[in-house]
Design a protein around this ligand. Structure first.
Ligand code: KDG
Length: 319
């Protein structure tokens, strides 16, 4: 057994209550739901905590029942919530899903929620002490001016503290007028990131490109030096200045709900980074963890523990 201290990871963003439907189809009167909680950054955090890493998740939640359920769920998963603030004046956000024709759609009730006033003050320098990796997403940049500034400022400070910065644009059409608007806003964080992780369709939308080669070239032109693009059943394409490589998934999954799979991929990738694995090994780990997210309708509940996947992670990790 290794006695090394677990790597430390910090992430910040919004987590909401989630109405997850029990049946397929459009939301109707009488539809039945399971109440869950989810948010891109905490999905990522839970995935890493289950793999044995020390994860700090920072956010603002309402002083309400949904906020308490978020706290209970994430504390139960072992996340450090020491920097989470409860807001008496603003509620916890809420969203609902529906699944039809093999695709999941979402509707948000998050405008004016507690996380919409997240700011740099919520993440003091003390939170960054000893942190190896900082994970940020474009969702937070869509929540308001101060969350947007937080993402840029935190990425910059993380780099100053010697942490690796991972950015996932997590483009959500309901939060932006267009991909171009999101891309314009994301540009401010790009100088501070080490790894940009996205889906192929998502990346092509944001960079106005048509295929992976064009996408990597456009990213490079904007100063991105490490990029990983998820390509569905084909797994992931890893690009560094040394070139591009495709990393196939260990097997094909039956997809129950793809929401949360990108966060799980990011977690697997970061797990590999903290082990010092080469980018292809990190992407392999990303594929393994993402597969588990596809097996459930919630955004993180089916994620594996390290004991579940240790062998699969290590056997596929190129050295
Ligand atoms: O990546 C999954 C997230 O999209 C989901 O858990 C909810 O954070 C969320 C969002 O903003 O959509």
């Amino acid at each position: 057994m290794s006695a090394r201290a677990p790597a430390r990871v910090l992430t910040a963003g919004e987590t909401m209550a989630l109405l997850d439907p029990l049946e397929e189809g459009q939301i109707e009167l009488g539809s039945r739901f399971e109440l869950r909680v989810a948010g891109a950054e905490s999905n990522f955090g839970v995935a890493l905590a289950r793999l044995g890493l020390a994860v700090t998740w920072i956010s603002r939640l309402g002083e309400d029942r949904f906020g308490q359920l978020v706290i209970d769920a994430l504390a139960g998963e072992g996340l450090d919530l020491g920097y989470v603030t409860r807001d008496r004046d603003r509620p916890t956000g809420l969203y609902a899903k529906w699944r039809a024709g093999g695709r999941t759609q979402v509707i948000y009730y998050r405008a004016g929620a507690a996380a919409s006033v997240l700011s740099s003050a919520d993440v003091p320098d003390s939170a960054l002490e000893g942190v190896d990796v900082v994970h940020l997403t474009g969702i937070t940049m869509a929540l308001g001016d101060s969350p947007r500034e937080l993402v840029v400022d935190l990425a910059r400070r993380a780099r100053e503290h010697g942490a690796i910065v991972v950015f996932d644009p997590n483009y959500r059409p309901a939060l932006w007028r267009s991909p171009a608007e999101a891309a314009d806003v994301h540009r401010d964080v790009l100088p501070w990131i080490d790894w940009y992780l996205c889906g192929l369709e998502e990346g092509n939308g944001l960079f106005a490109t048509h295929d992976a080669d064009e996408l990597f070239a456009a990213q490079r032109a904007q100063g991105i030096e490490g990029s990983v693009v998820r390509v569905g059943e084909r797994g992931a394409l890893v690009w560094t200045p040394a070139g591009a490589r495709e990393v196939a998934p260990p097997r094909q999954e039956t997809v129950l709900d793809e929401v949360g799979a990108g966060d799980a991929f990011a977690a697997g990738f970061v797990f590999g980074l903290t082990r010092g694995w080469p980018p292809e090994g990190c992407a392999h780990a990303g594929n393994v963890i993402a597969a588990a997210a596809l097996r459930g309708t919630g955004d993180w509940e089916t994620l594996p523990t390290l004991a579940d996947v240790r062998e699969e992670l290590e056997t596929g990790a190129p050295v």
